[in-house]
Ligand binder design. Structure first.
Ligand code: RIB
Ligand code: CA
Length: 354
């Protein structure tokens, strides 16, 4: 057999193998990662969802909706319309909590537009809502696929906390929680608190103390990952239903950012999906994180212990004396650095032409 035939034979076998693997939901580097996206859509949520649906490394098993950027009702409608646009009515979309665990909901139409999707009106959905309650769906899917499901919450952590409260046995069965939320360098809702945590601090504290593997994709990396007009132009030059929708959303967000003096729009939620795709995009040292739920100025702050120890103060008469250091076990990997250019190129490459 000639070398050419050998080569073309080998190449066609390789292409066939790749097509077969992708069709079976796997990739050259292994089976696609099963994820449940918990979202408050939300304009950057929209970009996160479309990235997840267009990445062969991920197998989106369900979308659960949580109130945050918009009400639970608006968020569900937005999620259903986006899944329909993406042609993915095969993936269950379930409603979740109606409000945070204790406090009143704070909605963010100010940042996301009246409908939460940058005022882009999508066609009515062809998808039907799944009848299960979001936290119940999470519990059910985790038990059905133990040690395989990665939870990717990109809104307030209400649904995730409700799932843990209802069935703590899911904690050791969840592969990982990769959440967009928190910050170790100050907040965006207040001086101290990031929006997702601020919208339900009690839920966040339950999630951070549950004992499962957490990667915190916070403002510390989101604010370094800005979608700028350079990337927007790449999406303007290509077309497709998802491409054109994301172009409109991104245009809205970039214009809004420019009004506030920023060169681009922070890719908060999409980056959390990016970390689920490729954890090498970030540097995330382990730290112990607590969520402040009482502070007058700091409610909703994710308080990270970078040193892993606390001083041991022992009472002697009318004063305490420091008599040592006590180790505090890390409960999260906290993202501090990001390869922003590599992520943004990944994002655009997955959305272009879809
Ligand atoms: O602080 C940013 C987070 O708050 C993002 O998830 C955004 O969608 C909003 O929910
Ligand atoms: Ca969000």
């Amino acid at each position: 057999m000639s070398d050419l035939k050998k080569l073309t034979g080998a190449r066609s076998r390789g292409v066939l193998a790749a097509v077969l693997m992708l069709s079976l939901g796997s990739t050259a580097w292994g089976a696609a990662k099963k994820i449940i996206l918990d979202t408050d859509p939300g304009s950057d949520d929209a970009m996160a969802l479309m990235l997840a649906l267009n990445s062969p490394e991920l197998d989106v098993r369900a979308v659960t909706v949580v109130p945050g950027n918009v009400t639970a009702e608006m968020g569900l409608e937005n999620a259903l319309r986006m899944m329909s646009l993406a042609g993915r009515c095969d993936i269950p979309v379930a409603a979740g909590a109606k409000h945070p665990l204790f406090q009143k909901l704070i909605t963010a139409e100010f940042w996301h537009g009246k409908n939460g999707l940058a005022n882009v009106e999508l066609p009515p959905s062809k998808c039907k809502v799944d009848g299960r309650y979001g936290p119940d769906l999470i519990i059910q899917m985790v038990h059905a696929a133990p040690h395989e499901i990665t939870l990717v919450p990109v809104g307030p952590l209400t649904n995730i906390a409700l799932a843990v409260l209802k069935d703590p046995s899911i904690v050791p069965l969840v592969k990982e929680v990769i959440l967009m939320g928190g910050s170790v360098g100050g907040g965006n809702s207040t001086a101290a608190a990031e929006a997702n945590i601020y919208n339900d601090p009690e839920a966040a504290q339950i999630v951070f103390q549950a004992g499962w593997p957490i990667t915190m994709v916070g403002l510390d990396v989101g604010d370094k990952t800005l979608l700028t007009p350079k990337y927007l132009e790449q999406l303007r030059q290509s077309h497709g239903p998802v491409n054109d929708f994301i172009y409109q959303v991104a245009s809205y967000l970039i214009q809004l950012s420019e009004q506030f003096g920023s060169p681009g729009s922070p890719m908060y939620d999409p980056l959390a999906v990016g970390v689920a795709i490729d954890a090498t995009l970030v540097t995330a040292p382990p730290m112990h994180v607590e969520v402040e739920t009482h502070g007058e100025f700091t409610r909703g702050e994710t308080v990270a212990n970078r040193h892993g120890v606390v001083e041991r103060n022992v009472l002697h008469g009318d004063r305490y004396i420091i008599e040592g250091l006590d180790k505090v076990e890390p409960n999260a990997k906290v993202c501090l650095e990001v390869d922003a250019a590599r992520f943004l190129e990944m994002f655009v490459s997955r959305i272009r032409g879809k």
